[in-house]
Write a protein that binds this ligand. Structure first.
Ligand SMILES: [Fe+2]
Length: 328
């Protein structure tokens, strides 16, 4: 790693991008602890976080018919037994969990701001550092959490048998859209746990029993990035009000993704964003074909998008020593 001759063109390129964006210290922290918090002035210039918060609350209201009570959290208190939960259940909307997190899925089809959030150069540089230039969007979700009583258990997001590899296979880039601290129900991390190369076993998942677990203090507009093997959970919210977050889950191109985007992203959306967007939208490979007759069409599209993207990053995808090195 220290000898520049051993670095692939893709690795050299991402190192340069990281330096240009002023992210080197955050990458060092990510390597060491498995997570990092990038502050709003770097992560969300131009008020991206405020636009996201507004849109998520709008989508939430549109889907549930209830305006989220951001200030007091009354609409989401102990979510799971509230009117909103009952209503969501009736409508088949949202997902309930024991820690009181609701789950909406804005996934870009709900407005331009979600596409902007995905194309944020800071988010992309950190994802590329962990997953390479061919990484894809696995899912984009919004969590709205009110005051509740139960922690979210420790787990890691890489759903594979042990041992996990040293390099990340997925990574989580979470926009904190309201202030994070322990009382506000912050995410919890076990620093350095990504180096264990395994998920916690059943006896290790209780957050309150892990003395190494810590909470995160982050201002609204921060971007929390973590390695897919880092153990994490969340504290219950004792403060009033709502915690609103938008996790953007990214994956290496060969991982099974949470959302299957291959054949559902409209051409209009693919065309209105830059050359990386179709790759992120899972258009750069031809797996997951739902109908074999679509293969020639898929292949043609795939090559077109791949070539265009590769050209835009000076051909680093095919100049590495292996077909897919860790950074390409
Ligand atoms: Fe998780």
């Amino acid at each position: 790693m220290d000898n520049p001759e051993t670095k692939s063109p893709a690795e050299l390129r991402i190192i340069e991008e990281i330096q240009d964006l002023g992210l080197s210290d955050y990458v060092a922290e990510l390597d060491e602890r498995g997570f990092t918090v990038i502050p709003p002035e770097i992560a969300c210039p131009n008020g991206l976080d405020k636009r996201l918060l507004e849109e998520i609350l709008r989508v939430s209201e549109e889907r549930s018919g209830i305006k989220p009570d951001l200030k007091n959290g009354s609409t989401h208190k102990n979510f799971g037994a509230t009117e909103l939960a009952e209503k969501n259940k009736e409508l088949g909307l949202g997902v309930e969990s024991t820690d009181g997190i609701s789950n909406d899925s804005p996934i870009g089809f709900e407005g331009q701001v979600f596409e902007d959030a995905l194309m944020n150069p800071v988010l992309l540089a950190m994802s590329t550092y962990l997953l390479g230039y061919q990484c894809v969007l696995s899912s984009m979700t919004a969590f709205v959490k009110g005051p509740n009583k139960v922690n979210l258990d420790l787990h890691c997001d890489t759903l594979l048998p042990n041992p996990l590899p040293d390099h990340a296979l997925v990574c989580n880039c979470t926009y904190a859209l309201t202030d994070y601290n322990k009382e506000n129900g912050s995410i919890a991390f076990v620093p350095g746990s990504h180096k264990k190369n395994r998920a916690p076993n059943k006896s290790e998942t209780t957050l309150s029993k892990d003395s190494n677990a810590i909470h995160v203090d982050a201002k609204a507009g921060s971007l929390i990035i973590f390695h897919g093997a880092c153990w994490h959970g969340a504290y219950n919210r004792t403060a009033k009000g709502l915690r609103v977050t938008m996790p953007v889950l990214m994956a290496r191109t060969y991982m099974r993704t949470e959302e299957n985007l291959c054949e559902i992203v409209p051409d209009e959306m693919l065309n209105r964003n830059g050359p990386r967007f179709p790759i992120l939208m899972q258009q750069g490979h031809f797996y997951s074909v739902t109908d074999y007759r679509k293969q020639p069409e898929r292949k043609e599209k795939m090559y077109k998008f791949y070539e265009r993207y590769n050209k835009s990053i000076d051909g680093v995808l095919d100049s590495g020593p292996d077909l897919i090195d860790s950074y390409s």
